[in-house]
Design a protein around this ligand. Structure first.
Ligand SMILES: [Fe+2]
Length: 324
C-alpha cells in the first residue's frame, strides 16, 4: 500500500478498493490508528462493494432513520437529492460548522467514512487532527489538562461560543437524530443477532420535546489515548462545550480559548478536501472534527460510522506487544 503525504495531517493511500484483499482493507483501519485522516482518491465503487468494505472495516449500529439506505442500512445518505417524496437526505443543505460524530453518545462510533457519489465544484470538507495538536502542546499544558473533562451541551445560551454547528433541521430530521443521539455500543437490551441494533423501546419520546430540540448533555475526558498507537489526542468538540471540569471557571475559560486558538484558529491541524466523485475519506472522530462549506449544487455522499472490530483491535494490540 503506497502512502503519500497530502498535508502535515492527512495522508493519501494509493490503493484500489474494488479489488484489494480483506487483509489490505483491515490494514487501512490499522493505519488510521496512527494517522487519523486518510484520503483514498478516484475509486469507482458500487454500493454493494462499499457495504462489503464497511463490514470488513468494523461494527456499525443500525439507526433505522429516514436517511439510511433501504437495502444497505449501515449507509447514511448525505444528500440534497429527494430520497423519497418530500424528503432530502441527511444534512442535505447548507454549511456545517465544526462537529464530530455522536458527541452526546457515551461511546460513539470511532470512525466516520464518507464516499463521494456526486458533487458540485468546490465542495470542501475540512478535517482536523487533534492527536498532532496535542503532541505540539507545551508540556506544562499537557500536565494541566491530563485529567480534565469536557462538559458538552446543546443548550446554546450556555455554550462558550453560543452557536450551533448546523442550521435548524426539519422537525422529522431533528427528532430522528435526537432518537439516536444517546445510542451506546454497550446497550444490553438489543437484538441478540445484532447486539448493536438499537431496539425501538430504547427511543423514549419526551412529549415536552416533540417540537423543540431535546436538551442533551454529556461529560467526557479531554485527553484520550489510542489503545493501539498509544498516541494521546484531544477530544475537543469546542462548539458543543460549555465548561472544562476540574478547574475553576476562570481557568476553564482561559484553557478553552487557548485550545481553540491552538487547535483551530492556527489551521496547523486542518486539512481541507475538495471532493471529486469516487473519493473516500476515513477519519478518527475521537481526535478530530470536521466541517463543510455551503452546498450549491447536486451532491451525495455515502456516510458510515463504525468501531473497528473488537477481534482486530485485540490482534493489533497483541502483535504490537509481541514486537516490543
Ligand atoms: Fe458530519
Amino acid at each position: 500500500m503506497n502512502i503519500t503525504n497530502l498535508s502535515p495531517v492527512a495522508i493519501q493511500l494509493n490503493i484500489d478498493l474494488k479489488i484489494c484483499s480483506d487483509a489490505e482493507l483491515k490494514k487501512i483501519i490499522y493505519t488510521l490508528q496512527f494517522s487519523p485522516i486518510i484520503v483514498i482518491k478516484k475509486q469507482n465503487l458500487t454500493i454493494e462493494r462499499i457495504n462489503y468494505i464497511n463490514h470488513i472495516w468494523g461494527t456499525h449500529q443500525l439507526a433505522h432513520i429516514w436517511c439510511n439506505h433501504l437495502e444497505y442500512p449501515i449507509i447514511f445518505r448525505v444528500t440534497n437529492r429527494e430520497i423519497e417524496p418530500g424528503k432530502k437526505g441527511l444534512f442535505g443543505d447548507g454549511e456545517l460548522d465544526w462537529h464530530s460524530n455522536g458527541v452526546f453518545a457515551p461511546d460513539p462510533e470511532e470512525i466516520v467514512s464518507l464516499y463521494c457519489v456526486k458533487t458540485h465544484a468546490n465542495s470542501v470538507t475540512y478535517w482536523t487532527d487533534f492527536a498532532k495538536a496535542y503532541s505540539d502542546l507545551p508540556e506544562a499544558i499537557k500536565i494541566e489538562i491530563e485529567n480534565i473533562d469536557v462538559h458538552i451541551t446543546n443548550k446554546i445560551s450556555d455554550l462558550y461560543l453560543k452557536r450551533a454547528a448546523h442550521y435548524p433541521l426539519l422537525e422529522h430530521e431533528q427528532q430522528a437524530l435526537d432518537k439516536i443521539s444517546t445510542r451506546t455500543r454497550n446497550f444490553s437490551g438489543g437484538n441478540p443477532d445484532n447486539p448493536f441494533e438499537i431496539p425501538s423501546t430504547y427511543f423514549q419520546t419526551d412529549s415536552k420535546s416533540n417540537s423543540v430540540r431535546k436538551l442533551k448533555e454529556r461529560t467526557k475526558p479531554l485527553v484520550v489515548m489510542n489503545k493501539i498507537s498509544k498516541k494521546k489526542g484531544l477530544y475537543f468538540p469546542f462548539l458543543s462545550i460549555d465548561r472544562l471540569l476540574h478547574v475553576d471557571e476562570q481557568r476553564s475559560e482561559e484553557l478553552f480559548y487557548y485550545l481553540v486558538e491552538h487547535c483551530i484558529k492556527s489551521e496547523n491541524y486542518t486539512y481541507g478536501h475538495i471532493w471529486e466523485e469516487g473519493d473516500l475519506i476515513l477519519a478518527d472522530q475521537r481526535v478530530g472534527l470536521h466541517r463543510r462549506n455551503n452546498i450549491i449544487g447536486e451532491r451525495e455522499l455515502y456516510r458510515t460510522a463504525f468501531w473497528p472490530h473488537k477481534d482486530d483491535v485485540e490482534h493489533w494490540i497483541n502483535s504490537l506487544h509481541r514486537s516490543q
